[in-house]
Every structure is written in C-alpha cells, then in structure tokens.
Design a protein around this ligand. Structure first.
Ligand SMILES: [Zn+2]
Length: 103
C-alpha cells in the first residue's frame, strides 16, 4: 500500500519512490526492504518496521538496483521521508548514525 500524490507512489516505511506495480505486490522495497502489502499493512506495522530499520542502522536492501541512487546518504532519507510526511529529526539522524557505526 502506498500513497499516491502527484502521480507518484512512495514506500510508506521509508518514502522511497516506487512503481505503481509495486503496490501490494509482496515485493521488497529496494531501499528499506519492507514487504509491500505486509510490512506496510497498517500504521502499526509501518512504525514497527521503520523503528527496527532505524535501529539496525538503515541497511539498504538492493543498493545495486538501477533505480537506487548511486550516491545515497542520510540526507536522501530525510527527503524521502518528507514524501510521506515523516519528519526525520536531527536526534533521529544522530541515533541512526550511531546504529550504523555498530554494524
Ligand atoms: Zn521502503
């Protein structure tokens, strides 16, 4: 399930722009690895998956997918999340960076 705005579809977990065909497809988001139609089934599922993903230091699922930007950073994540109205705060970024170090 993804929100449609301006003809674009976004992963409801990480805000990555996805194809219409991804909707409820049970495919994995190429960014956060969330399963469309399952991990984004409702607000609770979305929040749970996102928190786990942040806690794991935002591992990117398919970095080699051509649809994924070659140079991706946490600044991209902030922009992505803004697509779905999620405000990534500086505190969250600091926490994610800390979790990334642990990987
Ligand atoms: Zn995603």
């Amino acid at each position: 399930m993804t929100d449609k705005s301006e003809g674009k579809y976004y992963c409801q977990i990480c805000g990555f722009e996805c194809d219409e065909s991804d909707l409820c497809s049970f495919e994995l988001c190429i960014c956060c690895g969330g399963e469309f139609g399952y991990d984004d089934d409702d607000d609770d599922a979305i929040r749970t998956y996102r928190e786990k993903w942040f806690g794991d230091g935002i591992p990117i699922c398919f970095t080699k997918n051509p649809r994924f930007p070659k140079y991706w950073s946490i600044a991209h994540l902030k922009t992505q999340l803004a697509n779905i109205g999620f405000n990534l705060t500086d505190e969250m970024i600091a926490e994610i960076e800390k979790n990334r170090m642990k990987r």
